[in-house]
Each structure stands twice: as structure tokens, then as C-alpha cells.
Write a protein that binds this ligand. Sequence first.
Ligand SMILES: [Zn+2]
Length: 129
Amino acid sequence: MAQVQTVRGTVASNSLGYTLTHEHLALDFTHFHTEPPQPLASIFQAPRITLENVGFVRQYPYSSSYNLSFNDEDSRLAVEKDIEAFKRFGGGTIVENTSHGLNRNLGLMHDISVATNHTGSIEMTNNWE
Ligand SMILES: [Zn+2]
């Protein structure tokens, strides 16, 4: 049986189950940052997305630093909830495709895999290895 390398070791390919083949659990787009139009600059100084600025962030998504980085605690908690839902509906494996240039975080992938293991055997792999 063919083996698949995951962040928690190798597994048999026939144990993967339903597989999402192209996901990004955490990444960093900050090098795509662009300045907002000058009259809106102060709106984008807010450290987070709020009801007051969400419309502007939707209009200028690459001008919000918070909107470009998915490596913080908020992102990790959101990803864990998404993975738990994926598993609840029969999901088995996620192929994480974040490349080095997008700040791939193998430690985070491992930690999320461990943290969400309570309902099954989700594993994450990365086809860039
Ligand atoms: Zn992608």
C-alpha cells in the first residue's frame, strides 16, 4: 500500500478518507500590501477588522495588514473550528499547499492536527515537501 507523508508521520493512502486537496490553513500575504487611498489612510490604521472599517477592507483588501496575515491566534482558532466541522461531516484529510513564500508553518499544521484529533484521524500533508 502506498504511504502518504503527513505532519504526524506516514499513513496508508487508503486511510485518507474524503480529502480537501488544496487548502491554506495559515499564510502570510503581507508582501502584497498596498497603501489605501490617502483620504482613507487613518481607517486602515485600526489593528483589526471592525464593523466600522469592514466595508473599506472589502473595497481595499490589500490595504489592511490584519486582512493579509493568517498566522495569529484568531486565525488558528478559526481554522480549528473549520476542521472540526469538516471532520463532523466526514472529512478525513487536508492537503495544505502553502509555499515557503507565503510563510508556511509546519509546526502550526502539526499543532492543529493534534488539537483537532479528538473526533478522528485528520492528517495534513504538503505536496511541496
Ligand atoms: Zn492555493
